[in-house]
Design a protein around this ligand. Structure first.
Ligand code: SF4
Length: 356
């Protein structure tokens, strides 16, 4: 079969889109018939890191950063990934992006397992999936003018200078910046402006997926809403899909169509956003939501909340059975012995808990 399975975006810049991307084909990479609504799929994704050197018989530790994560991302939609620090959400994003090689599992982009791609094909995939980083300062070269930073991916794709300049001006305008700011350096911009530049750079090659890793947590509260609304507007306009990684549950609720809750490298609950926030089923999800204070002090005082105690266990030695059993107020002997599997409990809802 030689069916073309990736849309070729129009560049809108005078440069033929076919110069930007050659499409993957099923025959090329042994892909399977793609679900037309799914742009990205993770299947049993695993990422382990070895720590320690095993010197003189000392045990080598294996950090279970991501352990069997599966999800689907629909075109033009947003999947929120939430959980405490160290739960594996950022590593999941980095593995999807190709910044980390998975230990096991598959990442399917339009039905093609991209973990098997190498060289030029792997590079082509990485053009289709871009990242917006938490700290915009760290993602922009301080020695480059911000216009040059936005233009860099275009330069690497052989765009000639005139088309590049036009495209950069369009991109800066699209993210709400005066194109004249392209001549400034990153340190001459505010935090919010720098993050807009980071978004413009991520959009340069018209990706289908953007991994947004805590994109507003380094920003002042006053500009967070602006950047979030910009991301939503761009999604409506361009149809880009987001994996939105954050520990800020209010923001995740606002931007996400679906939410996956991660604990110690595993997804413990997945549901449409409003259902998850209005009726969390997994005890860990309930505790995360309970930790968000209510603005009304009287209601807050009367609220019955489940507070999490203790820290997330060491991912190099995850607890047996249910990984959450050491902190779960409902844990039984079975919970320490038998690992719950993520299973469907209602249409579109999955939970990994023996009690649900
Ligand atoms: Fe708690 Fe047991 Fe459910 Fe794990 S399986 S979340 S320990 S009740």
């Amino acid at each position: 079969m030689s069916e073309t399975i990736i849309r070729i975006p129009s560049s809108g810049s005078g440069v033929p889109a076919t110069q930007l991307f050659e499409p993957f084909t099923l025959a090329q990479f042994g892909g399977e018939a793609a679900d037309p609504t799914t742009v990205l799929e993770a299947r049993d994704l695993v990422k382990h890191f070895s720590s320690g050197r095993g010197f003189l018989g000392r045990k080598r530790h294996v950090v279970h950063a991501v352990d069997g994560v599966s999800f689907k991302l629909s075109r033009g939609r947003t999947l929120g990934l939430v959980g405490e620090s160290g739960c594996g959400k950022t590593t999941t994003g980095r593995v999807i992006l190709g910044l980390e090689e998975p230990t096991a599992g598959e990442i399917r982009f339009d039905g093609v397992d991209v973990t098997r791609l190498r060289g030029a094909e792997a590079k082509r995939y990485r053009n289709r999936v871009q990242m917006v980083f938490q700290d915009p300062s760290a993602s922009l070269d301080p020695k480059m003018r911000v216009g040059e930073s936005v233009a860099e991916p275009l330069f690497l794709h052989g765009w000639e200078a005139g088309a590049r300049a036009e495209r950069v001006a369009n991109l800066l305008d699209r993210v709400g910046l005066d194109p004249s700011l392209g001549s400034r350096y990153a340190h001459q911009l505010s935090g919010g402006q720098r993050q807009r530049v980071g978004i413009a750079r991520a959009l340069a090659l018209e990706p289908e997926v953007i991994i947004a890793d805590e994109p507003t947590s380094a920003l002042d509260v006053s500009v967070r809403a602006q950047v979030i609304n910009l991301l939503k507007d761009l999604q409506a306009e361009l149809g880009v899909a987001y994996v939105f990684i954050s520990h800020d549950l209010s923001t995740v609720r606002y931007v996400s169509d679906e939410v996956a809750v991660m604990y110690l490298g595993q997804i413990v609950e997945r549901a449409p956003s409003e259902e998850l926030f209005s009726q969390p089923l997994h005890p860990y999800t309930q505790a995360l939501l309970d930790a968000v204070p209510i603005p009304d002090p009287r209601a807050e005082a009367q609220r019955h909340v489940m507070l999490l105690e203790g820290d997330v266990p060491d991912p190099a030695a995850p607890p047996s059975g249910c990984r959450f059993h050491t902190r779960c107020p409902f844990a039984t002997a079975d919970c320490a012995a038998i690992e719950p599997v993520l299973r469907a409990v209602a249409p579109g809802r999955e939970v990994a808990c023996h009690m649900v």
